[in-house]
Ligand binder design. Structure first.
Ligand code: GAF
Length: 383
């Protein structure tokens, strides 16, 4: 990859890159849609990444080359205009540096990678982190990792327009090989927990679909949660700052009868936080079986109550449920397509892959893709 990227850069810009960076995608074991509700998540960076090759220019021009798409962009640091396409991920990050009062010079950037696009593995967060990390190094701006990843989130929220939470950027930037990150999305306190899963593998099954509803429904879910919080605040005061502070009793009293849709959305979030906290204890105790049951519970909530799943994801989880050696399965990420995450015993891997491939194809007419992933380090310099 390193050599290919360097050659790509050479062909695109006629010089060698000054710096090369790997910025990984992420998985999330449990805790979905909890990040923007100030709850908890349990993600990790994986062995699929965006690789960026960069070098500074003498002028203020921006030249980008997306190798996987064979597309170029040319612009200027003084004119960060929306493109409604991939350059926005880079431009949005540059804008964040400028808003922070930091001077970004012109630069060349070629990038490509191994994170399947639209599969819910956070290729956009990886790209944003990668370009932020590169700019910080190229121009010696001294921004720390935490601020870099917050810039990536603001770029996505304000320039790209998806009101995502902090999980994807955090996992991609802060990941540590062999560890999951238990992140409190309110305080941003976090702990690395070694993934003690001897004999199990994390397997991702890619539906290969991404329904167009994904980003509009994502923003709608966020608004529904906020609407629920406003109702709770009217009853219980400002001590309910987010759904993190809500209990099922509060939801039963204030939302169940009068606002059934908001009730389902908010109840899913309160229960998902609970599943994460107890599930984390299961993992610490080495009880992967108990953790796996919580993954099924998470999927049911996402599908029935939060309504962000889709037929293809439900089919994959249903198939997984019937397979020996599968401890848990659920949809992962924002929803409406992308991947399921499955915990599968090593000796059952081949049978699992075969069953998923055959049965998914029979039911949907599509072939799934299957990735067995490793947990790797977050965004870093490779050359
Ligand atoms: C997407 C978002 F980008 C994350 O912030 C998170 O909300 C996730 O969906 C759902 O858990 O990946």
């Amino acid at each position: 990859m390193l050599e290919t990227l360097s050659q790509t850069f050479q062909q695109a810009f006629g010089t060698s890159p000054t710096l090369q960076i790997a910025s990984p995608g992420r998985v999330n074991l449990i805790g979905e849609h909890t990040d923007y509700n100030e709850g908890f998540v349990l993600p990790a960076a994986i062995d699929k990444a965006i690789f960026l090759a960069v070098s500074p220019r003498q002028d203020q021009e921006l030249h980008f080359f997306a190798a996987d798409l064979n597309e170029s962009y040319a612009g200027h640091t003084d004119n960060l205009t929306h493109t409604d396409s991939w350059p926005d991920y880079l431009l949005g990050v540059i804008q964040q540096f400028q808003l922070a009062g930091l001077t970004v010079g012109g630069f060349n950037c070629a990038f490509g990678g191994t994170i399947p696009i639209g599969a819910g593995l956070s290729s956009s967060a990886a790209l944003e982190n990668g370009v932020g990390f590169a700019i910080n190094e190229l121009f010696s701006l001294g921004v720390d990792r935490l601020d870099l990843l917050k810039m990536s989130q603001r770029a996505e929220n304000n320039f790209v327009g998806l009101k995502c939470g902090i999980m994807d950027m955090f996992a991609s930037m802060m990941g540590k090989a062999g560890h999951v990150i238990r992140l409190d999305c309110r305080s941003l306190d976090f702990a690395y927990a070694p993934l003690k899963m001897d004999g199990f593998r994390i397997v991702l099954c890619d539906t290969q679909v991404k329904h167009s509803l994904a980003s509009s429904e994502y923003n709608t879910r966020r608004e529904e949660c906020e609407a629920g919080v406003r109702i709770l605040q009217a009853a219980y005061g400002e001590s309910v700052k987010s759904l993190r502070d809500a209990t099922m009793d509060m939801l039963d009293a204030q939302l169940k009868d009068r606002h059934p849709l908001l009730y389902r959305r908010c109840a899913y979030i309160v229960q998902e936080n609970e599943r994460l906290l107890t599930g984390y204890n299961d993992l610490e105790a080495g009880d992967v079986e108990a953790f796996g049951q919580k993954m099924y519970g998470s999927h049911e909530g996402l599908s029935q109550w939060y309504e962000v799943s889709c037929d293809e994801l439900d089919i994959l989880v249903d198939i997984a449920r019937t397979q020996r050696g599968v401890l848990g399965a659920r949809m992962m990420g924002g929803g409406f397509g992308g991947c399921t995450i499955n915990l599968v015993r090593e000796e059952a891997l081949d049978a699992f892959k075969e069953a998923i491939t055959e049965q998914y194809q029979a039911k949907t007419g599509q072939l799934p893709l299957i990735y067995i992933c490793k947990i790797e380090d977050g965004t870093h310099v490779i050359a």
